[in-house]
Design a protein around this ligand. Structure first.
Ligand SMILES: *[C@@H]1O[C@H](CO)[C@@H](O)[C@H](O)[C@H]1NC(C)=O
Ligand SMILES: *[C@@H]1O[C@H](CO)[C@@H](O)[C@H](O)[C@H]1NC(C)=O
Ligand SMILES: *[C@@H]1O[C@H](CO)[C@@H](O)[C@H](O)[C@H]1NC(C)=O
Ligand SMILES: *[C@@H]1O[C@H](CO)[C@@H](O)[C@H](O)[C@H]1NC(C)=O
Length: 396
């Protein structure tokens, strides 16, 4: 009896201790757990069970009396000002090689003043307008979008270099805001406003980071296919989709968003800002949304998703648009890819290969296709290995 009693006490003691320990671990690790698990579960539950984002319309639309009256100064949503241009090319979409009404793609690259080398690499490779015209037979117009160099002490030096660069290439647009991470939404608004004002006729708009690689021949082929398809160049917003992504609440993260900026558990679906394409009609709807939505959310691709949601638009997934990641290198993948993120010096070699495989018609025959599917399955469908392209991409 006595022994039994002691045993029970011992068991309870162990139970109590374990519970205490688990609670302690939970408390210590809560932030990580919340960040990695709970917030995602909550957000996905919201996305798939509730899937209502009408709070965007209710909470973020700036009422017209808080917006400017007709005779007031022109400002853009969220109280964010529309900044004046320092460098601009209003005539970029006029004239040029083709008929000006036939601009297929207005290509914005989000750059920063100091990234001279990246811009040069893009001009010499996938951003080459003459190549698109002479080899692919389409009119592509390339512009680099930026603000001003944030460091005051070197600003005038950097600005002089920019002016020289622009005299040589005439492909920069710059507004008078600080080019910082937290001003990316300002840069986004600049692009959509520029298109609306100076290039409304372009069939498609692409916005891309300056450290991605775009397989221009594949992209053009895809866009031409869309033009021939039933819906034509309408109602298109395509890229790598983030579905049911939760706002990051860890203060030390680059993507931290405080509750008072965005109190809800989940962002509307959005395409990764690394690179996505919209058709002209979608671009003009986004433009409309930027006029009325509060633009204080500084993550530009999320803000784009909010604008789209408020206009009733939803994104389309394309398996060969990359998110954050770099495409695993293999010619079987490379043949199909549209964008890949995180490139610098290697864009030259990637581009040479793109030109080469396009010139050789990249047809592999039946066995070649079987071989490539097998290779893609092996590279993209490995378990526990997060690729920038999903396993589904192996079978397209
Ligand atoms: C917001 O309002 C627009 C029209 O005013 C509507 O098309 C859209 O679906 C609404 N968005 C949401 C999320 O309710
Ligand atoms: C936009 O939202 C922010 C943060 O929620 C708020 O501080 C600001 O006043 C809002 N701006 C307008 C014009 O409503
Ligand atoms: C751009 O493409 C054209 C046409 O293919 C080519 O002649 C030219 O050398 C290319 N420019 C650069 C900087 O590579
Ligand atoms: C954005 O640019 C404006 C205008 O230059 C500047 O006042 C503001 O501080 C910048 N915001 C951030 C977060 O850098």
């Amino acid at each position: 009896m006595f022994i039994n009693f002691r045993r029970i006490r011992k068991c309870q003691c162990v139970q109590l201790l374990t519970t205490g320990l688990v609670l302690c671990v939970l408390m210590v690790c809560w932030e990580d757990l919340d960040h990695h698990v709970v917030s995602h579960v909550r957000s996905c539950a919201y996305r798939y069970l509730v899937n209502r984002y009408d709070f965007l319309n209710r909470s973020l639309i700036i009422s017209s009396n808080r917006r400017n009256r007709k005779d007031g100064p022109i400002t853009v949503g969220g109280g964010a000002r529309s900044y004046p241009y320092i460098i601009n090319h209003p005539g970029k979409c006029i004239g040029g090689p083709g008929d000006q009404d036939d601009v297929l793609l207005l290509l914005f690259v989000k750059s920063s003043p100091e990234n001279f080398e990246r811009r040069q690499a893009i001009r010499n490779t996938w951003g080459n307008e003459s190549f698109a015209w002479s080899e692919l037979g389409v009119d592509v117009r390339l512009l680099f979008a930026m603000g001003v160099y944030p460091d005051v002490s070197q600003r005038s030096q950097v600005q002089d270099a920019l002016r020289q660069e622009d005299q040589a290439y005439r492909d920069l647009i710059q507004q008078n805001f600080l080019d910082t991470f937290h001003n990316l939404t300002v840069k986004l608004i600049m692009q959509f406003h520029w298109k609306q004002k100076y290039c409304p006729q372009a069939r498609f708009l692409m916005t891309a980071d300056d450290d991605i690689f775009v397989h221009m021949p594949n992209l053009v082929k895809y866009l031409q296919y869309l033009l021939r398809s039933q819906s034509g160049a309408n109602d298109l917003w395509v890229g790598h989709i983030h579905k049911g992504a939760p706002p990051v609440r860890r203060k030390n993260s680059k993507y931290y968003v405080p509750y008072d900026l965005y109190p809800w558990p989940s962002y509307p679906d959005y395409t990764s800002g690394a690179g996505y394409v919209v058709s002209g009609d979608v671009a003009s709807k986004i433009y409309q949304a930027t006029l009325v939505l509060n633009s204080s959310l500084y993550i530009d691709d999320v803000f784009m998703g909010m604008c789209a949601k408020a206009m009733g638009l939803s994104p389309q997934e394309h398996v060969y648009f990359s998110g954050e990641g770099k495409a695993p290198y293999h010619s079987c993948i490379y043949d199909r890819m549209i964008t890949s993120h995180g490139h610098a010096a290697d864009v030259h070699s990637l581009w040479r290969e793109a030109i080469h495989s396009t010139a050789s018609g990249n047809s592999r025959g039946f066995l070649g296709n079987v071989y490539c599917t097998a290779v893609r399955v092996m590279i993209l469908c490995r378990p526990y290995f997060q690729n920038t392209y999903s396993c589904a991409a192996a079978f397209t």
